[in-house]
Design a protein around this ligand. Sequence first.
Ligand code: KG4
Ligand code: ZN
Length: 320
Amino acid sequence: MLVLGIETSCDETACSIVKNGRLILSNVIATSLKEHSKFGGIIPEIASRRQLELISAVVQTSLERAKVTLKDINAIAVTSSPGLIGSLLVGISYARALSFATKKPLIDVDHIKAHLYANFLSSKNFQESVPKLPAIGLIVSGGHSSLYLMKSPTNFTLLGQTHDDAAGEAFDKVSRILGLGYPGGPAIDRIAKTATDTCLQFSCAQMPQSYDFSFSGVKTAVLHYYQKNKATSPQELAKIAYGFQESVVSILVKKSINACLKKKIKTLLLGGGVAANSRLRQKLSDEGKKNDIEVFIPPLSLCLDNAAMIAGLGYHWLKK
Ligand code: KG4
Ligand code: ZN
């Protein structure tokens, strides 16, 4: 069964064809990210205007790369939420029109849960084992930081979420404080690797009684430290980036592993843009091994926003 997925929740315009909820036949992603960099964040108007221009070509290219036509498609899946309203509207309107014209079912897919589903996808060169369910899922993106209990591809229970900034948002804001540009996650990841002084620590809100997170405090701590110490040299900036990254990664890993241990669950899934973070990938894998938990992390290409995860999860809703 072939599902055509469409994703336009933020700056990407993406379309993918996925077979039986697992095999990626094509995965096309266009992004307007560069156009937003100078503003230090996504400008919704720019994003949606670009998506309007790009969507037809992206869908057409995705069909061509998968070597199929619209006639071969069984259903159309589209990100319905959460996301920028104007951007979502472009994808949803296009998907609705396509569904109406082709008389194929239309499936709404939740973007956040789809990020976790990225762990179930494979391409011809990427044949790994499918994660066993139930699983604990940590989703860390630019807009969300949540822990879920996933019993099946269509059964998710929210265990905890951020009270304020999302993890990716904290990376982006700290990067702006340090003058490292947007998007902040990759910039901080890169410079933290060059740190020689790794002693600086920033504390992150613990909230030990819950699976919730809070990242606005650590961001403010970085701001105060930066202003007080007037850090400008590359080594000073690397030291701050390292300390900040360490504190965010530690709390994310700690809460995810705790959830697995408390609920006696042996599978841990990571998803979302911040899953691209090299320190988070490494630490979560290490702690998983120590605690006999199997950790799944999508390849980098499936961590960031893409439509394969939408088509893949859409297949399960179609079956249901
Ligand atoms: O999932 P995503 O592509 O978009 C949303 O749905 O939000 O996530 C984007 C976020 C941005 O905040 C970006 O800074 C962060 O993911 N990010 C990273 C890294 N690569 C992207 N954060 C930390 N380390 C990275 N290497
Ligand atoms: Zn996302």
